[in-house]
Design a protein around this ligand. Structure first.
Ligand code: MG
Length: 402
């Protein structure tokens, strides 16, 4: 088997860079936001909301992603605050993916500003992977005005770890024979898929670096972290990852569920119950696959098979039942014309892998509570079956999963 060549391309401070490039190109800004203390974050007027991205000068003043704007303003009273602009990000995201696709058509988009590119067999004759990565990196910068880091390895995990080394505008390799020197000295919490709570458990066990984890006894690790997750992070620490670069089609299809009702529904409350059962199923599948979506679509058909769909983008990707339900209910009320409903469907699209999602980095307390509730309901369903807490089951005739 020939060794694979995988690139992980990661836009440096994506939201901030994109806002800066847009500002200078389209709005005539004189200040480059990347060179001033600036952030992308929620509502400036009310001073609420959270820092989604911070410039290097802002970071130097101690401003961190996920802290509140109020806290950030204490550290820098004349901080420049720009609101998030999702459509803009999508435009620049598409633009850099397009450049990458000139190099390989086998790619996987993990988040709005990160993709994997399978470069196996695609390196130009006489060129090295590093030279090819430099060319792509410079091409993106010259054409689009923002910088990326590219990590190179023989698998996705190591490529992803490599792109996270020194930033910005850099190319790094992390091949298997380099992990001892380049990855093992890093803090265990820096390993992809070691979250905060796992990190804490490992610290208590005296596991401080990725190298410590790699050399830990697997059985002992599993007894503390769980069998599946224990094995996964043990393999990762040893640089092992066989997962394929999956094409974008798989991830963008979305998660949907629809139901043909055994009798027509013509009241909002009944429809709400059915809608909730659909949302619960869709959200549970998102969580099972550890992905989130940022667009909710509601479809309904009346007894004459007229079809109505409405959709809405969310500010932040989610897998939380309550959040999806809130939007789904609003969308339903927008489509609902008062005629008896025969079919209802809910779909979540704009899927990104949870761990890679930049906007998913922050969580507030309310979200944490909702997440715990979802997790406990998921456990009950796993144990007692899907319909054990299916509130809308009396209406259901046939469900369709996509
Ligand atoms: Mg990035």
């Amino acid at each position: 088997m020939t060794e694979r060549v995988i690139f992980h391309i990661d836009v440096n401070s994506a939201f901030l860079s994109w806002e800066a490039v847009y500002g200078m190109k389209e709005r005539g800004d004189i200040v480059d936001l990347r060179e001033a203390p600036s952030i992308i974050g929620g509502d400036e007027a009310t001073r609420h909301g959270i820092v989604l991205a911070a410039s290097m000068p802002a970071k130097r003043l101690g401003i961190r992603t996920a802290e509140t704007i109020r806290e950030a303003l204490v550290k820098c009273p004349n901080l420049i605050i720009k609101p998030p602009m999702r459509p803009l990000y999508e435009k620049y995201s598409k633009a850099f993916v397009k450049e990458a696709l000139e190099y390989s058509n086998v790619y996987e988009q993990f988040s709005i500003d990160e993709i994997f590119l399978d470069m196996t067999g695609k390196i130009e004759l006489g060129k090295t992977p590093v030279e090819t990565a430099y060319k792509l990196k410079d091409q993106i910068q010259n054409k689009l005005g923002f910088t990326v880091n590219i990590g190179i390895s023989s698998n996705k995990l190591l490529a992803k770890m490599a792109s996270d080394f020194e930033k910005p505008n850099r190319v790094h390799t992390l091949f298997l024979d380099e992990i001892r020197e380049k990855m093992w000295p890093l803090k265990v919490g820096d390993l992809f898929s070691v979250g905060k709570s796992t990190g804490k458990k490992l610290e208590v066990l005296g596991i401080h670096t990725i190298g410590d984890l790699a050399q830990m006894d697997l059985k002992l690790l599993q007894s503390h972290i769980g069998k599946k997750h224990g094995r996964r992070i043990h393999q990762f620490a040893n640089g092992i990852d066989d997962s394929k670069v999956e094409s974008r089609g798989d991830i963008n299809k979305g998660y949907g569920h629809s139901i043909t009702l055994s009798r027509d529904i013509s009241n909002e409350n009944e429809a709400g119950v059915v809608l909730l059962s659909l949302v619960e199923k869709v959200a549970a599948r998102l969580r099972r696959d550890q992905v989130k979506g940022d667009c909710v679509v509601v479809e309904l058909r009346d007894k004459d098979f007229h079809r109505y769909t409405h959709q809405r983008k969310l500010d932040v990707p989610t897998d939380i039942t309550d959040e999806i339900m809130k939007t789904a209910r609003e969308l339903f009320l927008e489509c609902y014309k008062g005629t008896p409903v025969r079919l209802l469907g809910v779909r979540v699209t704009g899927i990104s892998k949870e761990e890679y999602s930049q906007m998913g980095l922050f969580d507030n307390e309310k979200k944490e509570k909702l997440r715990k509730l979802d997790a406990s309901l998921d456990r009950i369903r796993q144990r007692y079956g899907n319909d054990s807490i299916q509130r809308g089951s009396i209406f259901l005739q046939s469900g369709k999963e996509e």
